[in-house]
Each structure stands twice: as C-alpha cells, then as structure tokens.
Design a protein around this ligand. Structure first.
Ligand code: HEM
Length: 123
C-alpha cells in the first residue's frame, strides 16, 4: 500500500519542526545564528520536502553546499538531535504511515549530508 502524502502535511510539519528546533538548547542557537529570514527559510524547506516526497521539483538548491558552510555544527550528535526532533514532531502531527515515510527519508538524507560534509572537510 502506498502512503498518501499531501502538500498540507508538509505545510504543517515544516513550520512546527523549525519552531521546535529554534527552542532547542543546542540546535536553536545554531539555526537562529545562521538564518535571518525565517519566512524565506520555511518556504525553501517546504519546497525541498515537496520535491523530496512528491517529486514536484520545486526546490532548486544545493543542500550539501549549505551544510558545508556550517561544517563546524554538522556533528554526529547534532544530526542525532535533529533527527530525534524530526521523528518527534512528525509522529505528533502526521498519520503513522506518513510520519514513517518522512522519518525514513530524513534518516537517509541526514546520512548522506553527514558523509558529504565529512568528505569536504577532509579535503
Ligand atoms: C539549511 C543546519 C540537518 C535540510 C540549513 C542551514 C543551517 C542548517 C544552519 C542554513 C544554511 C544557510 O543558509 O547558510 C543544519 C544542522 C543539521 C541539519 C545543524 C543537523 C546537524 C539537515 C537535514 C536536512 C536538512 C537532516 C534534510 C533532511 C536543509 C535544507 C536547507 C538547510 C534543504 C536549505 C539549503 C539551501 O539553502 O538551499 N541547515 N541542518 N538539514 N537544511 Fe539543514
């Protein structure tokens, strides 16, 4: 059975997730220090998730470059914390099947971002 994901799920999940991130003791200062225009960031992240989950192609960016720019914060602990919050908020807001789909995707992207950042850092 395929899980139906809707734009509406993304429109609820993304702002709620970053709200939680901004309040996090560790991640909050990193994001609040790096992002000035939250309206713009949330729009971009909704485009990203729409491209990832619904293949709409709306996101045109380079996530690897963006994270290499903040390489000092891209630690294993911070990735684990990011993912724990993502699992928490998606689990609260979405149906179990939809939450699982978003969680699996984030787990995979986080793994490749982490490897990529490491690679760039070691060059
Ligand atoms: C952008 C931090 C994990 C997706 C950003 C930015 C920061 C950041 C500071 C803004 C970059 C800038 O504009 O200068 C982090 C931290 C993470 C993390 C600390 C965990 C340690 C993730 C994960 C995903 C993700 C796991 C996806 C599943 C994105 C995307 C952008 C972004 C799509 C926008 C990139 C662009 O400008 O096009 N992140 N991030 N991040 N992040 Fe993360």
């Amino acid at each position: 059975m395929t899980t139906e994901i809707k734009e509406e799920d993304i429109a609820r999940l993304v702002p709620a997730f970053y709200e939680r991130v901004r309040q996090d003791r560790v991640l909050g200062p990193i994001f609040n220090g790096a992002i000035d225009d939250w309206h713009h960031h949330l729009g971009k992240l909704q485009d990203f998730w729409s491209s990832v989950m619904l293949t709409t192609g709306r996101y045109k960016g380079q996530p690897m470059v963006a994270h290499v720019r903040h390489a000092e914060h891209m630690t294993a602990d911070n990735f684990a914390r990011w993912l724990a919050l993502w699992h928490e908020v998606s689990g609260e807001l979405l149906s179990p099947a939809a939450a699982t789909a978003f969680q699996r995707k984030a787990d995979r992207i986080a793994e490749s971002l982490q490897l990529g950042v490491q690679f760039y850092r070691e060059r």
